[in-house]
Design a protein around this ligand. Sequence first.
Ligand code: 3HC
Length: 653
Amino acid sequence: MNETIEFSATVSTMTRDGVLVVTIDNPPVNATSVDVRSGLEKALAHAETAADVTGVVVTGAGKTFIGGADIKEFGKPAMEPTLPDVIETIEGLSKPVVAALNGAALGGGLEVALACQYRIASPAAQVGLPEVKLGIVPGAGGTQRLPRLIGILAALDLITSGRSVKAEEAVTLGIIDEVAAGDLIEAAISAAFALAGKPLRRTGELNVAAADPAEIEKVSAKILARARGQKAPAEAVRLVTSSNRPLAEGLADERATFLTLRDSRESAALRHVFFAERESSKVVGLEGVEPRPVETIGICGLGLMGSGIAVAALGAGYSVIGLDQTSEAAEKGRQRIIGLLERNVAAGRLDQAGFEAQKARLSVTADDADLAPCDLVVEAVFDDLTVKTDLFQRLDEVVRPDAVLATNTSYLNPDEIAAATAHPERVLGLHFFSPAHVMRLLEVVRCSKTAPDVLATGLAVARKLRKLPVVTGVTEGFIGNRIFSAYRREAELLLEDGALPHEVDAALEDYGFPMGLFAVYDMAGLEIAWARRKRQATTRDPSARYVEIADTLCEAGRLGQKTGRGWYAYPEGKRTIDPEVTAIIEAARAKKGITPRAFSMREIVERMLAAMALEGEALLTEGIAARASDIDLVMINGYGFPAYKGGPMFART
Ligand code: 3HC
């Protein structure tokens, strides 16, 4: 290769065999920031005019091709050239341009590749248009060029789901032309060389293949139903299904739609969530702290929660030793875990070889001593302080002194559990959500004595389990259940003040929760919260307003869906408003002399959001949550708060 030319701080080129190899080097993900765009424009202009250049290869430095447009530039004044400008130049070039996908080509990155005449990828590459996940549509030709390459139905699937596909699948779909078996750049140069002087196959000039209108209609309706009123997927459907029109017209429509959505509240919320997820694992004081190595995880208690944790751990490649009280209980646990793995096989999430490998990494026992090889033990036994402290004291006797001990308690004080052990510094909380192999959220509880490398271990394991870890301090219910309690309390206050359960639920569902609070309550059962209220009765502040309605329902045997009655009635399993509940609520109001008033959906939501935000503020003041965005992540990933509203703390801004 001859000399390097730097066209900008992030774009440089070298020429080989008449092919100009353009490399984008803009860590961490080669996002198409203004410096990248202007560097590309200059490099392409050079390619067009340089007589010794017959073709171009575009590639990325590092492990990403291009991670997309630079999201950090959103909301700032537009800077020329825009990405569509650069892409138009690529497609308009009189010489062939080959995209050499060395890694992920996402969003604007894939749009750059789509405008090239040939796409060749390394086996590790993946491609996708994840814009809908950020509340936008592709804004640089994705909705118009992808259907020209792979047809409307396949493009609809990819663009409205935002999922990315691996190189092999991308070849099958027709998004990329070839997976390079050997050196990617060599192969790309050969491809550009071979295309030189031949008629150019411009993606934008291809026709969109005809597809069955009835099928398009059916698929679109399904996508719109799933979008639950979110704008981006609906606009993506509109743009993709109308892509069979002149390219320039489709591109102009797409760009205008992209710009409107980019400036919307929905997109700001989803971008907030994107950055919040990356921020959450950055924990003050843990910089440079090495986690302890973990290969074998012990799980105590193989009920629903323990089995779910085991499935997550096996799936992440850990060896698992499950402990239960008797060998019969342990064997039952093993069966339950295998049943869950089999379900993964049936759903196509796990192949037979993977199933066998996971099964081979699982053993169960009723003998504490068998946990000796564990690097980490997670307990998921009955949520009772004596049961848990007794278990941890027994574990002290059998595991290495540097093995980490984690409690999955929801409401007990993990500091008290830690204090009962010989090495409290190795104890932390790992609060999984049920079902543990499905739910992404994991509250990582930093106890008062937890050592930094123990906390780092908790975070590292969480990431390997593909969970979203959020660090919380010790408080009753941690971040999630503290906010949830405030939310529930406000809902019950609303009942006393004049709203009915179905009105509260309708307002929440209209806001974007998948299910209203009282319906959830009925599904989960009312008895656990009732038992807690009874436990707390003696310590409750007598001057605080207390709503007795839930207690009255429980006393009447209305424990939720499983008893056929709760906040609603369930004749033939169908949730219906129950006049008996309305009467109980009216009686409670009358007892306190409250004159009920009507609430609009908006008022209901505002009160609920305000209650959550207020409790969130308290968690920040108390130092339980490190940042407001962590609270948002907990509520979105553990409690059904709609991501496109950004979480309760974002929503108040
Ligand atoms: N813009 C700005 N910053 C970005 C970014 C982007 N598109 N993508 C990632 N980053 C940042 C992250 O915030 C993070 O920053 P930090 O180190 O300060 O926390 C850093 O890059 C590394 O990101 P990850 O931790 O996610 O790194 P991974 O290696 O795990 O994943 C990735 C890399 C797969 C590229 C992943 O970052 C990703 O999915 N990025 C977003 C992709 C995306 O949504 N692209 C579409 C953008 S919108 C668009 O292109 C519009 C167009 O149609 C006009």
